[in-house]
Design a protein around this ligand. Structure first.
Ligand SMILES: Cc1cc2nc3c(=O)[nH]c(=O)nc-3n(C[C@H](O)[C@H](O)[C@H](O)COP(=O)(O)OP(=O)(O)OC[C@H]3O[C@@H](n4cnc5c(N)ncnc54)[C@H](O)[C@@H]3O)c2cc1C
Length: 475
């Protein structure tokens, strides 16, 4: 009988999992992607409708099969190249494509594999919300929001980015009309009065997207972006040749660049010291900090799983915020509008601790603390830009809740995403594993350290897929 694989979530991760399965299977499979959105491929990141929301890395690191890393560039040229999107080219011979266009590209890739794939598999997008998962007679039984249930031989969890959680100090105003809890709704941003005083909670990439959208829509009121340290997203340093070495080879070598250079290091302080030394050496040679930092980033797949748990926790407590701000960089197109807004005084970044918030008529009064000084300010609109919530114990995603409630999964030991082993198999609360239940993408950050960017996600999918194929053949 044809084996049935169900993939829950049809963003980048689910799309790539379906494509890789259909490429690598040696016999036809039934592959169902359960995706609650109308279209596969978009997910949270690439369903952006705003033309200023761009990929935060160049075209050549966004692909769905390592065998064809130029596909997005070709697709862009086929659309008309600069006539289609003149601003995509930011110099340095790399493109920063609009996220919505990458979502379209992914959907078209999915459609192409649906029409024809090497194993002759059937690929179906079922528009539904997965709500439950049970084991029944050796099969999996998936509960959906529709009356239907589905049987599956193997399930892949690719639900990934959860909506941002409302920070505790803002919870008393969670239902206030002046609080925008979800920053990715373009309609809601468009409805903000142009002169409104805006507070953004969060100062990194999501905040940058929101600021640039507001400015383009003619916002003239003051904008404050606040976070504990007030750190802004860092900038890229692209020169011709920056991307000369194919990215894929950097993250699929036998030994990673950083480990090759420094040997295995098991303490975050040691790693930090090595990185600082590398940065000093690079700068002495006139090279930017980004080059040695990227050597570390592209080695996380080897370094992170080898760290002892208390070192991982130490990193999460003290360094993650610094790592993230250097790792997730602005698309170059956003630099100018942000700089101009700071220079004109319309935009200010504040380092402060959010204390509390309460309704002040149609506005919200926010109290924040900077050192010993406590201040209360009133804002017409407050936007939550804290980014996707990675904690499965707080999620309202019914499928993730069911996985945990039915003891099929547990949160990762560092509290982010779900616990998986090195083969992406979910680990249950008692430490057991069923190799027919896997997870890919940002949900596996606790185990792999950096499965956020598209090539890192794909690396794990490609690495694990031969095992999944073998397993299906044995059943
Ligand atoms: C705003 C933003 C911008 C980003 N930009 C980039 C970038 O430029 N480059 C890059 O490499 N990475 C970027 N990332 C990282 C991003 O997480 C990954 O690139 C990738 O998009 C993750 O895809 P995913 O499919 O795992 O997750 P998601 O995009 O979150 O997709 C998960 C999908 O699962 C569906 N789903 C969830 N639960 C259920 C359920 N119970 N039933 C049915 N369907 C369900 C959701 O509807 C969603 O479509 C960005 C992330 C964000 C949040």
């Amino acid at each position: 009988m044809t084996k049935h694989v169900v993939i829950v979530g049809g963003g980048y991760t689910g799309t790539c999992a379906a494509i890789q399965l259909s490429r690598q299977a040696r016999q036809p499979l039934d592959i169902t992607v359960i995706e609650q959105r109308a279209s596969v491929g978009q997910g949270l990141a690439y369903s952006a409708t705003d033309p200023d929301h761009r990929l935060n890395a160049p075209d050549m690191v966004h692909f769905v099969t390592p065998e064809d890393q130029d596909a997005l560039r070709r697709w862009f040229e086929d659309q008309g190249g600069p006539a289609f999107d003149a601003a995509a080219d930011s110099g340095g011979d790399v493109l920063f494509i609009r996220r919505r266009d990458f979502g379209r590209f992914l959907r078209e890739q999915f459609d192409a594999y649906q029409a024809d794939n090497p194993s002759g598999s059937t690929i179906t997008h079922l528009q539904a919300t997965a709500k439950d998962l049970e084991k029944a007679d050796g099969d999996f039984l998936l509960g959906l929001d529709q009356a239907e249930t589905l049987n599956a031989d193997l399930v892949i969890v690719a639900t990934s980015n959860e909506r941002p959680a409302i920070p505790a100090p803002l919870r008393p105003v969670a239902d206030h009309p002046a609080l925008l809890g979800d920053p990715w709704g373009r309609a809601a941003l468009g409805a903000i009065p142009k002169k409104a005083a805006i507070l953004l909670v969060g100062t990194a990439l999501t905040a940058a997207d929101v600021i640039v959208s507001c400015l383009r829509e003619g916002h003239s009121g003051p904008i404050t972006a606040l976070s504990r340290r007030g750190l802004q997203s860092t900038r890229r340093a692209i020169t011709p040749g920056t991307y000369a070495v194919p990215f894929w080879s950097r993250i699929t070598a036998d030994t990673s660049i950083f480990v090759e250079k420094h040997g295995p290091q098991r303490r975050v302080l040691e790693l930090l010291r090595s990185l600082r030394r590398d940065i000093r050496a690079a700068e002495a040679n006139g090279l930017p900090w980004q080059a040695p930092f990227d050597d570390l980033r592209d080695s996380v797949w080897e370094i992170w799983p080898a760290l002892p748990l208390d070192e991982k926790r130490r990193f999460m407590r003290h360094l993650r915020i610094w790592y993230d701000i250097h790792r997730y960089r602005l698309p170059p197109q956003l630099e100018r509008p942000l700089d101009d807004a700071v220079a004109s005084g319309q935009l200010r970044y504040a380092a402060a601790h959010l204390e509390s918030a309460c309704a002040a008529g149609e506005a919200i009064a926010v109290t924040y603390r900077h050192g010993p000084s406590i201040q209360t300010e009133t804002f017409d609109t407050v936007i939550n830009c804290t980014g996707p919530d990675p904690r499965p114990d707080r999620t309202d995603n019914p499928f993730l809740r069911a996985l945990v409630a039915r003891s099929l999964a547990r949160p990762s030991p560092i509290g982010i995403g779900l616990d998986v082993d090195d083969d992406s198999t979910l680990v249950t609360p008692s430490g057991n594993k069923d190799p027919r239940l896997r997870a890919f993408g940002p949900l596996t950050l606790g185990q792999f350290g950096d499965p956020q960017g598209t090539p890192f996600i794909l690396r794990h999918i490609c690495r694990t897929m031969p095992q999944i194929v073998n397993l299906l053949e044995q059943r």
